[in-house]
Design a binder for this molecule. Structure first.
Ligand code: CP3
Length: 345
């Protein structure tokens, strides 16, 4: 088993810098489309054999040092009772958005084995397939990010309805966040018990918040999740990724995570200075930089590796998900570059 990724998460020395890519199981791979042509996106998430197959693709085809479970953050709102559809070329739609007390009351805190058993089944299947390969990362959305989808009814530009609830009905917002938080604790714990070897919490829209609002309306719930997992005996590394969160890093460092994910808007050495000792960093190549020709990509990869030395541990990644337009050969080139440039003989 290649444990480079797990060692870097814990800040232990490694022979080279491990690398994986957010959204690595996805649409830039022709092999993904082959599987996807047989299922809808959600059915694929709910069919452990299909989820397992596409999770393994980037491990075998691109050579990454970790697998991330193929699923979606929005299976959690769905399991809580919020209807979910993925509309082709439009993304997620939640046709019954949660905007009042009755909406919050209707939501349940589900038993993960009951409502999300297909995720645990995929994790168990993947661990069997990944023996002697790489570790498996499980994940969930952060409560704020999931709440935006539940309140807005889908993706959003300015998060007007979410902020409206935060500002005008803070108690209602708090009750919704409490339910999502409780669900997420049980869900991530179940993933670790099923065999996930690291857990990442995606806070994709944290960067939409002013620092004071992040402190009041988002961070405390992530803190609660991480504390509950650690107190509940979950020992796998916990990664927190607040997208567009460079201005929130001084707060993120207090969240309790072993690793903080970073987007490309900050240099890793600057981030390491803000974060301080004891926390590993993950990131942070601009996903579009995968379009660069090799001779221009290499200095950027080298710079990130150099800056990453300032951290307590560095896992190379993109600053956000890989884009469907990226040629797989370019992703492979980047992974090989990270390995070659960081290898200590
Ligand atoms: O990283 C991986 O490879 C694992 C799989 C994964 C997916 N979604 C598969 C997916 C993960 C970790 C996610 C997380 C996710 N989902 C996030 C957080 C990460 C981020 O990107 O910020 C968010 C915000 C979502 C919600 C979501 N899912 C949106 C907005 C969309 C549509 C827009 C888009 O980028 O496609 C999805 C669909 C989705 N999730 C696809 C995949 C492979 C595309 C579905 C398809 O095949 O049509």
């Amino acid at each position: 088993m290649n444990t480079t990724f797990l060692k870097a998460c814990r800040g232990e020395p490694t022979d080279y810098t491990p690398v994986w890519m957010m959204r690595q199981a996805g649409r830039y791979l022709p092999e993904y489309h082959t599987v996807r042509s047989r299922y809808s996106f959600l059915d694929m998430c709910k069919t452990p054999e299909a989820a397992t197959e596409v999770t393994l693709q980037p491990v075998d085809l691109i050579g990454v040092d970790a697998a991330i479970l193929f699923s979606d953050i929005l299976v959690v709102p769905e399991a809580m009772g919020a209807a979910l559809e993925f509309v082709e070329n439009r993304g997620p739609v939640l046709p019954e958005p949660v905007r009042d007390q009755a909406g919050v009351d209707r939501l349940i805190v589900p038993d993960p084995e009951d409502k999300l058993g297909y995720v645990m089944a995929a994790i168990r299947m993947l661990r069997r397939e990944l023996v002697n390969k790489v570790p498996l990362i499980g994940f969930a959305g952060a409560p704020f990010t999931n709440a935006t989808y539940m309140i807005e009814g889908g993706s959003s530009k300015n998060f007007f309805l979410t902020k409206k609830m935060m500002y005008t009905e803070p108690d209602l917002y708090g009750r919704l966040m409490d339910k999502i938080t409780e669900t997420t604790i049980l869900y991530l714990k179940a993933q670790a018990e099923a065999g996930a070897q690291a857990l990442q919490i995606f806070d994709s829209w944290a960067g939409a918040l002013a620092p004071c609002d992040y402190a009041e309306f988002a961070l405390p719930y992530v803190k609660r999740i991480i504390a509950a997992l650690k107190e509940g005996g979950v020992e796998v590394p916990l990664i927190y990724f607040a997208n567009n969160g460079a201005t929130l890093l001084d707060q993120c460092r207090t969240v309790g995570a072993d690793v903080l994910g970073l987007d490309w808007r900050i240099n890793l050495d600057d981030a390491a200075r803000i974060v301080g000792p004891g926390i590993a960093l993950q990131g942070n190549l601009d996903p579009c930089a995968l379009l660069l020709p090799a001779e221009k990509m290499e200095p950027r990869v080298a710079r990130i590796l150099e800056q990453g030395k300032a951290a307590h541990g560095h896992i190379f990644n993109l600053g956000h998900g890989i884009l469907p337009e990226i040629p797989p050969e370019q992703a492979k080139l980047m992974v090989e570059m990270v390995h070659r440039l960081s290898r200590k003989n």
